[in-house]
Design a binder for this molecule. Structure first.
Ligand SMILES: NC(=O)c1ccc[n+]([C@@H]2O[C@H](COP(=O)([O-])OP(=O)(O)OC[C@H]3O[C@@H](n4cnc5c(N)ncnc54)[C@H](OP(=O)(O)O)[C@@H]3O)[C@@H](O)[C@H]2O)c1
Length: 294
C-alpha cells in the first residue's frame, strides 16, 4: 500500500471499531488525535502516542481529515452538532453504519456546515483493520477521496464507489445479503447431511467448492440482467423449480426446516405464472426488484 504518514488525522468515536481505526493510523505514523464520549477508551491509544482532544471542537480543529465512527447516525448528529461551526472547510468521513437515505441526509447536513463529506462503510471486523483484508467503501465527491486516499490506505483496502453518497451503504447491505444467503444455504445443506451422520466439517469443503462454482456464473448472469434478456442457455426456470420442489420434499421428509426453499420457490412460481418459465434463473431479478404486495 502507498501510505502517506505525515497527515494529521482525527478519529471521533473509540468503540471497538474506532479504536482499531485510530490504532491503524498511529501504526502508519500519522499524528492522530482522538475523542470519545467515554474518555477512558482512549487510554491505550494515548499510551501508543495519540493525542486526546478535550472537546469535539478541539478534535475537529486538530486534523485536516476527521473520521467519525460511532453507533449510528443519530449519535453523529448529537456529537458533531454541538461543534458544527468547526466543520467548515474540514474533510469529514463518516464510517458509521447506516442506510443510504441516512448517508445522503448526513452529506447535506455536513455540506450545509461547509464540510467536505464522504460516507463510508467498513466491511471488516476490528482486528482486520490496517490489513489488506479490511475493505472500506467510500462514496461522495471523488476529489475528496483522491486527496486523502494515501492517508486512508493505512486502514486497509480503500475503495471509491461513486459520487452518490448513498452508494457505500447500499454496497454494504448488498454484501450482507450475499453473506447471509451463502451462510444460510450452507447451514441448510449441513442440516440435511447431518440427518445421515455427515458432520459439518466433512460437508464444508464440498459446500465451499459449490459456492465458488456458483460465484463463477455471476458475470454472465449479470450480462443477462443488464441486457434484460434471459435465454435459457444452461437451464430453464421451470427446470430449477422442479429441483426446488425436490429440495423441499427431501427437507420435510428428513425433518429439516424447509422455510427457505419454500420462500424462493414461491418467488419462482410467481415468475413462472408471469410467463418466465422458459427463461434462465436471473429472470428472478424482476421478483427481487419489487416489494411483495399481496
Ligand atoms: N465492530 C465491528 O465489527 C464493525 C464492523 C463494521 C462496521 N461497524 C460499524 O462501526 C460503528 C461503530 O461500531 P463499534 O463496533 O465501534 O461499536 P461500539 O464498540 O459499540 O462503539 C460505539 C461508539 O459510539 C459511541 N457513541 C454512541 N452513542 C453516542 C452518542 N450519543 N454520543 C457520542 N458517542 C456515542 C460510543 O461512545 P462511548 O464509548 O462513550 O459509549 C462508542 O465510541 C457502527 O456503526 C458499526 O455498525 C462495526
Amino acid at each position: 500500500m502507498n501510505r502517506k504518514t505525515d497527515t494529521p488525522v482525527t478519529v471521533i468515536g473509540l468503540g471497538l471499531m474506532g479504536r482499531a481505526l485510530a490504532g491503524a493510523f498511529l501504526k502508519a505514523g500519522h499524528p492522530t488525535t482522538v475523542w470519545n464520549r467515554t474518555t477512558s477508551k482512549a487510554d491505550q491509544l494515548v499510551a501508543e502516542g495519540a493525542r486526546l482532544a478535550p472537546t469535539v471542537g478541539d478534535a475537529l480543529r486538530a486534523g485536516s481529515l476527521t473520521i467519525v465512527c460511532v453507533t449510528d447516525y443519530q449519535a453523529v448528529y448529537e456529537l458533531l452538532g454541538v461543534s458544527d461551526s468547526e466543520l467548515d472547510g474540514k474533510m469529514l468521513i463518516n464510517l458509521t453504519s447506516g442506510d443510504s437515505a441516512q448517508a445522503r441526509e448526513a452529506a447535506q447536513w455536513a455540506e450545509q456546515r461547509g464540510a467536505h463529506y464522504l460516507d463510508g462503510a467498513i466491511m471488516a471486523i476490528p482486528p482486520a483493520i490496517g490489513t489488506a483484508e479490511a475493505v472500506i467503501l467510500h462514496s461522495g465527491p471523488r476529489s475528496g477521496f483522491e486527496i486523502h486516499k494515501a492517508t486512508l490506505d493505512a486502514l486497509g483496502t480503500v475503495t471509491y464507489l461513486g459520487a452518490d453518497h448513498g452508494l457505500a451503504s447500499l454496497y454494504d447491505v448488498a454484501g450482507l445479503a450475499m453473506m447471509w444467503s451463502v451462510l444460510n444455504a450452507w447451514l441448510h445443506g449441513t442440516a440435511l447431511l447431518r440427518t445421515a451422520g455427515v458432520d459439518a466439517a466433512t460437508y464444508a469443503p464440498f459446500a465451499r467448492q459449490i459456492a465458488a462454482g456458483v460465484a463463477e456464473w455471476l458475470p454472465g448472469y449479470a450480462e443477462q440482467i443488464d441486457s434484460g434478456s434471459f435465454p435459457a442457455e444452461v437451464s430453464a426456470l421451470e427446470t430449477d423449480v422442479r429441483a426446488m420442489a425436490h429440495l423441499i420434499e427431501e427437507s420435510e421428509a428428513v425433518g429439516v426446516n424447509a422455510e427457505l426453499p419454500k420462500l424462493i420457490k414461491a418467488m419462482a412460481d410467481r415468475s413462472i405464472a408471469a410467463g418466465h418459465g422458459g427463461e434462465q434463473y436471473p429472470v428472478l431479478i424482476e421478483e427481487f426488484s419489487k416489494p411483495r404486495n399481496d
